[in-house]
Design a protein around this ligand. Structure first.
Ligand SMILES: NC(=O)c1ccc[n+]([C@@H]2O[C@H](COP(=O)([O-])OP(=O)(O)OC[C@H]3O[C@@H](n4cnc5c(N)ncnc54)[C@H](O)[C@@H]3O)[C@@H](O)[C@H]2O)c1
Length: 244
């Protein structure tokens, strides 16, 4: 028996990195997974997995969310789980950041999850249940030099708590995870800054970076019925980095 048997799960950013790892894990645990992403090449690859369907979605488009959630409910009957995981990052210095940089970061990392909650919760309310998990970041919790990225992930944290308070009466749970530096395509570019990466690893109590599967395992628990009384929860997955 799988831990997500008969669940219909949408994972945004589901075609790469942590999202792809979740897609595989959730499908192995019995879910039907809709990997929703903007990257069509990676969507084609992830759709090769059994019980994973890739769907094109730009999380920052209200219209696109309306179409995709409607299509999922028409095809599969309901939406049990939403993982708001798609995101972009930037470590531009404040003097380099433009209005457009700031707006784009917030549009994808904060407004995108808001739209996901808005559209998925409409169907979850009808079904009388649902589970939503958001991927924020340790940079929402501690000063880390990521400026617009940290601010967008902090906004997501506050949004998630507001949604948990609002949706609890509908039996819809909303939780958030805060990964540290995880080895995915998003952070692959950082490895060129070897000295900085070495310092980061040395400053992490567990002495290493995280793996996508380690985040996927935690999200699986929060998404599943095993976490049936957890809402508004916040789980840090960073090898102890932000505990210091
Ligand atoms: N890797 C890390 O160290 C780390 C740490 C903390 C938080 N996070 C967060 O985890 C999440 C997953 O990141 P990852 O490391 O797996 O990165 P990734 O780049 O491998 O995956 C992100 C995915 O989001 C998709 N995406 C980007 N914009 C989109 C849009 N507008 N609509 C739909 N999909 C879009 C990309 O196409 C990609 O498939 C992100 O929200 C990221 O901010 C990552």
């Amino acid at each position: 028996m799988g831990r997500l048997d008969n669940k219909i799960a949408i994972i945004t950013g589901g075609a790469s990195g942590m999202g792809a790892s979740m897609a595989q894990l959730f499908a192995n645990e019995g879910a039907t997974v809709i990997a929703a992403d903007i990257n069509e090449d990676n969507l084609a690859k992830i759709s090769e997995l059994e019980n994973v369907e890739g769907m094109k979605l730009d999380v920052s488009s209200d219209e696109n969310w309306a179409e995709v959630t409607k299509a999922i409910v028409e095809k599969y009957g309901r939406i049990d789980i939403l993982i708001n995981n798609a995101g972009i990052s930037s470590h531009k210095l404040p003097e380099e950041l433009t209005d457009a940089d700031w707006a784009l970061m917030h549009k994808i990392n904060s407004f995108g999850p808001f739209l996901g909650i808005k559209h998925a919760s409409k169907y979850m309310k009808e079904a009388g249940k649902g589970s939503i998990v958001n991927t924020s970041s340790y940079t929402a919790l501690i000063g880390s030099g990521f400026n617009a990225y940290s601010a967008s992930k902090g906004s997501l944290r506050a949004l998630a708590r507001a949604a948990a308070a609002d949706l609890g009466k509908h039996n819809i749970r909303v939780n958030t995870v805060f990964p540290g530096v995880i080895e995915t395509p998003m952070t692959a570019g950082l490895t060129q800054y070897k000295a900085a990466m070495d310092m980061l690893v040395a400053a992490t109590p567990m002495g290493r970076l995280g793996q996508p599967q380690e985040v996927a395992n935690a999200i699986l628990f929060l998404a599943s019925d095993e976490a049936s009384y957890i809402t508004g929860g916040e789980l840090v997955i960073d090898g102890g980095y932000s505990a210091q």
